[in-house]
Design a protein around this ligand. Structure first.
Ligand code: 6PG
Length: 248
């Protein structure tokens, strides 16, 4: 395969994808005995994984006290809304399993998305212990990602200036390019990339067209998101993978 720094792993279906993502999260947590930072993603793709992590057999494998949970992007709505990415993660697993002080939502009750972004960057910087990212010391242990039908990832949309941000860790996105059309806050490529592993989940026939474009190397946000501190792994199921990629 042409891509040398991205690994594509083909899985049978969405259920196998959720199991494999859960195994990778647990393996990543097992690489150290200190504090672990996981950055979650929004949208519908990770929901099966979130439910799995709350189930008895998986829940008991996670040392909840030392794992901190962040979110890669957020819709600018209250956490009680079904549109809230962290709200969904909380309802599906975090609120039942994680100590409240280990859950780090993007603030969405302030004046505007820029304000939420500034406050979240501060939360991240205080967790990280510095205001500048150091390439040798990733911010996150694992960053979970998805890709939309236009190739966006997190809330980094094609052609949006947020994509080219090099200094800030999080920015406000006043206009989403796809449903739900609510303002967003997103982590930037440097912040998302500061991780020991970046893990994409792409499942279902709806993802086949965009996955084909991404695998053909189009310059789209999801192709620009790469881990700078470890592997970038794409889990894709048979329904999403174009022919020719199914056995990689
Ligand atoms: C969001 C996201 C977004 C998502 C993709 C895929 O807030 O919408 O975080 O980047 O991961 O749009 O979404 P689906 O999993 O719903 O297809």
């Amino acid at each position: 395969m042409a891509d040398t720094d991205r690994q594509i792993i083909a899985v049978k279906d969405a259920a196998e994808m959720a199991r494999m993502a859960a195994e990778r999260i647990i393996a990543r947590i097992g690489t150290g005995d200190g504090r672990i930072a996981i950055c979650l993603s929004g949208g519908s793709s990770p929901r099966q994984l979130y439910r799995l992590l709350a189930s008895d057999s998986w829940r008991s494998r996670i040392p909840w006290d030392r794992v901190h949970w962040f979110i890669g992007d957020e819709r600018f709505v209250p956490e009680s809304s079904d549109l809230s990415n962290m709200g969904v993660a909380r309802r599906l697993f975090l609120d039942q399993c994680a100590p409240a002080s280990n859950i780090h939502p993007i603030p969405t009750l302030g004046a505007n998305p820029d304000d939420g972004a500034t406050r979240y960057a501060r939360d991240l910087q205080s967790f990280y212990g510095a205001e500048e990212l150091n390439r040798g010391r990733p911010l996150f242990d694992l960053v979970l990602m998805g890709a939309g039908s236009d190739g966006h990832t997190a809330s980094l949309f094609p052609g949006d200036p947020a994509l080219d941000e090099t200094a800030r860790w999080a920015v406000g996105v006043p206009k989403a390019h796809l449903e739900p059309l609510v303002p967003r806050v997103t982590l930037t490529l440097p912040a998302l990339g500061s991780c020991r592993e970046m893990l994409f989940e792409l499942a279902g026939t709806d993802k086949r067209a965009i996955l084909t474009r991404l695998l053909n190397g189009e310059n789209l946000p999801a192709n620009r998101a790469r881990s700078t501190g470890g592997p970038t792994v794409w889990l894709a199921d048979c329904a999403a993978l174009p022919e020719g990629f199914r056995s990689s």
